[in-house]
Design a binder for this molecule. Structure first.
Ligand code: SF4
Length: 438
């Protein structure tokens, strides 16, 4: 058997880079995965079991069944619908490499498409807030080595980012945090008790939809200003003051926040307030704020769009230049208004996460889905192209939730003859160029 060290886990935005993967001598089958959490390990083990995988592209027939086609046919089909379309929607980009994203966006530019990523349904509001008020942030390494005050707001890393707490935020002993968890005070803000809140020194059980009020109350409490009323956003006034004192008395604190606050009432205004709270806390101590990004390379998708077009998501290229107006140019709005005339999905599953109106629209339009798995999206698209798992069967660059780029490694061979996202997109790009030239 062979042992590969320093493997990056391509499941969640924590991008743990200390995995050890054991494969058979031929590098075809994964025999074991050390250091990963249960969901990370499952991604590796599951991908090397080829028995359940689709290994060739499939095209939907009139009766709804699928017929196997070649990669060449899939490339021709994809290039043709994209080249013919006036405003194709190209959505996803989060569970793939930055290299693949870059090629996909080039196709979108050539075809005058809309490019949007999964921030549309998670941290898009964060990206808007960052543009509004900036962001005082730091790396997860700084959290491990320096942070003695941690807030988890609207997130449950015990389930969604299982090793976050042991590698970076609660338990590890770092350079200035030699006592690990004993040295840290933890505040969890969540309407419900969760497995993360059981680890908290203070659980602020905010009333559902009142995060904005609680954030502003904390800002006032930190300055010692009087709070009106005995209970604020479902939290007793004394507890708000207690939490404010805990935050001010630390040497270095971090707010981690998730979709419980980005997608609840208030949306980007919640994140504006959370960033302003972080800025206020810097009058008393050192504080940073970090988004708990979900899909493993969703951060990288925003980065690549940023380099190429200046905006991190919801980019409309249909006028020959980049326009960005979330709420108008995002995938969900474009589908609802029935503005797109073709759909291309890669590295995400809008069939499982978009409103039903949008899912029906994807099913109605000429469409292609690129995904290693069979998903609700692949089942409604005209063509499904299976590809190698990025970070398992093909390497590539990706960005951790704190915007640190990390190179993912290949640990096993993909099924024979299977293309990667990057190879498929590069072939489609070449063909689109030919079709446009003619
Ligand atoms: Fe993978 Fe996330 Fe688990 Fe780390 S915490 S092993 S990145 S799924």
């Amino acid at each position: 058997s062979k042992t590969i060290t320093d493997v990056v886990c391509p499941f969640c935005g924590t991008l743990c880079d200390d995995l050890i993967v054991t494969t058979d001598d031929d590098g075809k089958k994964i025999l074991g995965v050390d250091n990963a959490c249960a969901i990370g390990a499952e991604k590796f083990v599951h991908s090397s079991d080829h028995s359940h995988r689709v290994t060739r592209p499939r095209k939907m027939q009139e009766d709804g069944s699928f017929k196997e086609i070649t990669y060449e046919e899939a490339i021709e089909h994809t290039a043709t619908i994209l080249a013919k379309a006036k405003k194709p929607l190209m959505y996803g980009w989060s569970s793939t490499s930055c290299e693949a994203d870059s090629v996909g966006h080039e196709i979108a530019e050539l075809c005058g498409g809309i490019v949007d990523n999964t921030a549309a349904v998670c941290h898009g509001t964060t990206l808007i807030a960052v543009q509004n008020v900036g962001i005082p942030s730091c790396t997860l390494g700084e959290v491990k080595n320096r942070a003695d005050r941690i807030i988890f707001w609207g997130c449950n890393p015990a389930h969604a980012h299982p090793r976050h707490m042991s590698r970076y935020s609660i338990f590890p002993r770092g350079y200035f945090t030699g006592k690990g968890a004993k040295q840290r005070k933890i505040i969890v803000v969540d309407p419900r008790p969760t497995d993360t809140s059981t680890l908290a020194d203070v659980h602020l059980q905010v009333e559902q939809g009142y995060d904005y009020e609680l954030l502003q109350a904390l800002r006032a409490a930190i300055r010692g200003e009087p709070l009106v009323g005995d209970v604020i956003a479902g939290v007793p006034k004394e507890t708000v003051y207690e939490a404010a004192e805990i935050l001010k008395s630390g040497r270095f604190g971090v707010i981690f926040f998730g979709m419980g606050v980005t997608q609840s009432l208030g949306k980007d205004h919640n994140i504006d307030a959370a960033i302003c709270l972080t800025k206020d806390l810097n009058d008393y101590t050192k504080f940073s704020i970090v988004a708990m990004r979900g899909h493993f390379n969703v951060t990288g998708s925003g980065q690549v769009l940023g380099w190429q077009f200046g905006f991190p998501y919801a980019v409309d290229l249909s006028r020959g230049f980049a326009r960005y107006n979330p709420g108008e140019t995002g995938a969900i709005e474009v589908l609802k208004r029935q503005e797109a005339d073709a759909v291309f999905v890669l590295g995400s599953d809008p069939g499982a996460h978009f409103p039903m109106r949008c899912v029906k629209e994807i099913a109605r339009l000429p469409s292609v889905a690129i995904d290693p798995h069979i998903t609700p999206t692949t089942e409604i698209c005209d063509v499904h192209v299976p590809v190698a798992f990025v970070g398992v069967e093909v390497g590539g660059n990706c960005y951790r939730m704190d915007n640190v780029p990390i190179e993912a490694r290949k640990v096993v061979e993909p099924p024979e003859g299977m293309m990667s996202d990057y190879q498929f997109l590069s072939a489609v790009l070449d063909r689109v160029k030919e079709l446009k030239a003619n």
